[in-house]
Ligand binder design. Structure first.
Ligand SMILES: [Zn+2]
Length: 301
């Protein structure tokens, strides 16, 4: 039994039962009913008096925290029968109950990772406990996971299963620019942003950040078109060559930090977190402005 390599932050909660009486064969996504960071969620689950926890939590920035190791039963869904067999995930939500795209993408990736490591062949949402994707509100008087996420369980199963079968999760958002025109500076590293990067770096143009190591996900959370594998991306190799760092085609903390440093040197603000190795929406906005200004990644500073 292992834990997810996607975790960026761990604060183990005393609120759990040691071990489980059932193999892990379900996933129960919850919503926080608030927009907490993974650190705040860890603080909430820390006191024994709270008597609540979850295995994982995901913030609106897409970062993933762990509070109860998978081999232990979390206290999340108001049902011993469910939580003995489920991995539970608390998701931060906005005021209307919706998840940011970064949070959603991490939820899909985390669910796929849980399935792979626990030999769950696929997720199925049936609207009741016959399926392996279950809701808190079926076991307790609560509206968790909220109207928005409740409505998206079917899509969650579909996107996780696509990822499990090796397919690319489609970027369902509308195109944020027209290639050759200007990118919309929206902080979403989608198809067109990656396409413009590939064009600027003179590598194969498919709008996908391919062959990336899944453990690096938190460092590239601003991108929605990541395809996992082990072989690396030709575009990332070209980028690393320009940045003067090790060339392996895998975009992780070092590549994010080096690109952020280059953007800042060139006068593009990467947001209040500065150069932190996490390429999130503020860094993507800086990148989009840089590309719109004709940036070609030849750093002449
Ligand atoms: Zn819940």
């Amino acid at each position: 039994m292992s834990n997810s390599p996607l975790v960026c932050y761990t604060k183990l909660s005393p609120n759990h039962s040691n071990g489980r009486n059932h193999k892990i064969d379900r996933i129960t996504p919850h919503y926080m009913a608030g927009n907490c960071t993974i650190e705040t969620c860890g603080e909430i689950f820390a006191p024994v008096s709270r008597q609540a926890s979850s295995n994982y939590g995901i913030g609106s920035d897409g970062r993933i925290g762990m509070y109860v190791e998978e081999h232990n039963r979390p206290w999340t869904s108001g049902s011993a029968a469910n939580d003995n067999r489920a991995v539970t995930i608390e998701c931060a939500n906005l005021g209307d109950g919706s998840l940011t795209s970064a949070c959603w993408n991490s939820l899909v990736s985390l669910c796929a990772d849980i399935c792979r490591r626990n030999d769950i062949p696929s997720l199925s949402y049936t609207g009741d406990t016959r399926g392996n994707l279950t809701m808190h509100k079926w076991f307790q008087s609560t509206d968790c996971p909220g109207p928005w996420l409740s409505h998206e369980f079917e899509r969650l199963a579909r996107e996780v299963n696509a990822m499990l079968s090796g397919g690319v999760v489609p970027d369902v958002r509308p195109a944020n620019n027209t290639h050759g025109g200007k990118l919309e500076v929206d902080g979403v590293g989608g198809y067109n942003t990656v396409l413009d990067m590939q064009h600027a770096l003179a590598t194969y143009e498919d709008g996908t950040l391919s062959g990336q190591w899944i453990g690096n996900q938190c460092y590239i959370w601003g991108f929605t078109v990541v395809e996992y594998g082990a072989e690396g991306s030709p575009m990332v190799k070209a980028l690393q060559r320009e940045l003067g760092i090790g060339i392996d085609g895998l975009w992780g903390c070092e590549t994010s930090g080096a690109l952020q440093t280059m953007l800042v040197k060139c006068g593009y603000d990467v947001g209040s977190c500065g150069v932190d190795g996490y390429f999130g929406s503020d860094s993507v906005k800086a990148l989009q402005r840089y590309l719109n200004d004709g940036g070609d990644f030849h750093c002449r500073l």
